[in-house]
Ligand binder design. Structure first.
Ligand SMILES: Nc1ncnc2c1ncn2[C@@H]1O[C@H](COP(=O)(O)OP(=O)(O)O)[C@@H](O)[C@H]1O
Ligand SMILES: [Mg+2]
Length: 371
């Protein structure tokens, strides 16, 4: 009789026709049992109960095991991957979906998401990037809001086009040391991008693997609002990414933001923190009005058991600087909104895992989070 290990080895030839990998490598073999009289039972975990390729697995598993000396009958059973196993599978796939070199030199990938648009996600992404750069970090911004891109304008790059290197890689544009890539660089301003499904997947994949990101401490990704295709695709391509959720102080907004959190959980992206934006309006004289109420960010952070990285007030200079294409944290680091964003950036640094040994040491020191 063959051993369990020999049977497992023999099963390496069984390829999942959709995922194009061996079911052993994909860790889809749940159980191998040896009975009396050369009887073998194999349980294969499928991604869905109604998997249309059951029949394929049934016959190829049987054929692979029958080929072993001493095996007289093969029983193939099925069960369904648990959510946890599915996430692990997704991680395996994500990692292998990108060629080994892509993003190899990026230490931290941080997706900035929200349940809905207009909460200041892009404004915060652009300013967090500038604040991280101000802390001596190497930073890139990928604008993944393919349908509502606004990063080019906010970073003053709306009229520019990226070049292509001799190796046929796209060179990100430079905004004061920040490497920036956006679909907005490739389409006429204000034209609608209608990609969905495979086209979208391909475009995002290209932004990750055909762009010369180089060595970065942080790659910030400005997600489109909601929990749709883009977030799912990126989660699949970037299983190592963490997720920062932007919300406003209202309880209703917090409920919407919670959906983004649920999505992150579902695709097993780690949520690293919440940023509350529009946390009151601060007048030019420094008076503060809680126009959207208070406490939503903290409540969401408590519920998700993650830190509240910052409470960023509405200020007129932040709106004006965004429109003018200059991050306010650079133009006026002392504005109350800038201070809050810089605080959040230091929080991101504090939360980032220490750099991998092979990577160059980061420039500067990680500051502990205040407060
Ligand atoms: N804290 C803030 N203070 C002032 N204006 C802000 C603030 N946050 C966002 N805005 C403004 O609100 C609008 C929407 O912000 P944006 O970053 O585009 O949101 P999103 O990316 O979530 O759709 C922009 O005009 C931006 O300048
Ligand atoms: Mg936006």
């Amino acid at each position: 009789m063959p051993t369990v290990e020999e049977i497992r080895k023999a099963l390496e030839v069984v390829i999942d026709p959709e995922l194009h990998r061996s079911i052993v490598e994909l860790d889809m073999i749940r159980r191998i049992e040896l009975g009396a009289d050369g009887e073998v039972s194999v349980t294969v975990s499928l991604t869905t109960a109604g998997c249309p390729i059951r029949g394929h697995f049934q016959s190829s598993v049987r054929d692979a095991v029958m080929g072993l000396d001493g095996v007289r009958s093969v029983n193939v059973d099925f069960d369904v991957l648990s959510d946890e196993q599915k996430s692990a599978l997704q991680r395996t796939l994500g990692r292998n979906d990108l060629p080994a070199g892509a993003l190899a030199l990026v230490e931290n990938v941080v997706c900035v998401g929200s349940g809905k648009g207009g909460v200041g996600k892009s404004t915060l992404t652009a300013n967090l990037a500038a604040a991280l750069a101000g802390e001596g970090r190497r930073v890139g911004v990928l604008d993944a809001d393919v349908w509502g891109y606004s990063i080019p304008r906010m970073l003053g790059l709306a009229a520019e086009r990226p070049a292509v290197s001799a190796e046929r890689k796209i060179i990100p544009l430079d905004a004061n040391g920040i490497a920036v890539m956006s679909i907005g660089f490739f389409v006429p301003e204000d034209s609608a991008v209608v990609w969905r499904g495979p086209m979208l997947h391909k475009a995002l994949k290209q932004f990750l693997e055909d762009v010369e990101w180089g060595a970065l401490d942080f790659l910030l990704i400005d997600l489109p609002p909601g929990t749709g295709d883009v977030s799912m695709t990126l989660a699949q391509l970037l299983p190592q990414a963490s997720f920062v959720i932007v919300t406003t102080p209202q309880p209703a907004a917090q409920r919407v933001a919670r959906r983004a959190a649920e999505m992150a959980h579902k695709v097993s992206l780690e949520i690293s923190g919440v940023i509350e934006n529009m946390a009151g309006f601060v007048t030019p004289d420094g008076e503060r009005y809680a126009i959207f109420g208070e406490g939503g960010g903290q409540a969401l952070a408590d519920e998700l058991d993650v830190p509240l990285l910052g409470r960023v007030p509405l200020t007129m200079p932040l709106r004006a600087a965004s429109d003018a294409g200059v991050p306010l944290v650079v133009e006026n680091p002392d504005d109350p909104a800038s201070q809050a964003i810089r605080h959040a950036a230091r929080g991101l640094i504090a939360l980032a895992p220490p750099p991998r040994p092979s990577a160059p040491a980061p420039v500067g020191m990680a500051l502990p989070m205040a407060g």
